[in-house]
Write a protein that binds this ligand. Sequence first.
Ligand code: ADP
Ligand code: MG
Length: 412
Amino acid sequence: MSLKPLLPGSPSPNGQPVTLGVMGGGQLGRMFVQAAQAMGYATVVLDPDPASPAGLISHHHIKTAYGDEQGLAQLAQRCDAITTEFENVPAAALATLAAQRVVAPSASCVAVAQDRVKEKAHFVQCAALSGVSPAPHAVITTDASLAAVTDDLLPGILKTARMGYDGKGQVRVSSRAQLAQAWDQLDKVPCVLEKMLRLRAECSVIVARGADGQVVSFPVQKNTHHDGILATTEVFDGAIEAGLAQRAQASTVAIANHLRYVGVLCVEYFVVEQADGTHDLVVNEMAPRPHNSGHYTQNACDISQFEAQVRALAGLPLPAPRQHSPAIMVNLLGDLWFEPNAVRAQASKTPVSPPWAAVLALPGTHLHLYGKLGARPGRKMGHLNVTGSSVAHVRETAAQALALLGLPALGA
Ligand code: ADP
Ligand code: MG
């Protein structure tokens, strides 16, 4: 990859403004496009959906399938550098683009994040450097590997190696019989069985790494999930024990360095309780892109995760991001448009706008909606970032916003 920066605003050799492209037009692509445009880049999105959130706001929108040769050729022709906003983009498509243009992250890094078997193997290698291991696990690809599973992995969670997200493609099992049945239910695709751990907390770390090998880290994010989907992220000193937070950051840097990763990478961790009552850190999975748990950076840090993605892709400098406010991010799922809550006492079958005016009357609330046309339960429609001058203040404001939206209160 070229180390020469693609400076915004300057014409590229073909006389066009310097243009950044993204595979995928979801909300992450949209926020990448917004960050790129803010800095003066032109943008291109490739996504088959004519109403994709990023496609709607990009200079150009190529509406073909991700593997479509013509679509990829057009993307390469229009762009100086290309990134991705989701891990399931065909690795072959990225490799095709990389033959012609700067592509970050690389197809080989994305391939590791696409496959839990490769991902776990990478984490095991990095554990030797960082001291943070993945959960005890076994790879299941054949009846023989199923039979070879040891009892200490039960109860456990059987996860498909590919295409899982938001808790999908996972079955919890407590006996060998259930395990065999679950693998059948998952059509005997390659899977990983993980030992069920006692989670005390979940957290994630986002790093950005440039082509020159420089790597910077965002603060450690404490995440709470409901029904397998991220509900809130809290980021301030003390949200995660300081010793564990430092280890999580060091481990994420090691994971990025070991892959020679270029771009923004998010790694998820579990805080687990050990037999003696002390807490330890376990590495769970990674995403080769900005992450839902990093959305607070838009309002609470001097460089957002999306600006970091733009800088890493364009080869611009990457100073260490600084968080200037304690922050809480609340995910806004489509359910909010239907469920009765404190403001709208009646359950309704037709979508009703949530009480944004009341929420935005609270100081330090920042609303981000993704421009999705139809609200559906479970669909990520937007997020609310809450910032404040102190942890107590931000927690109080977030509590008020959650109550207005009829969402569960924050944990202790
Ligand atoms: P996804 O790709 O769906 O995010 P994850 O591996 O992150 O898949 O699992 C989803 C959630 O399930 C995690 O956030 C965590 O709450 C729970 N979980 C996953 N693995 C384990 C485990 N080994 N022990 C306990 N809980 C787990
Ligand atoms: Mg996860």
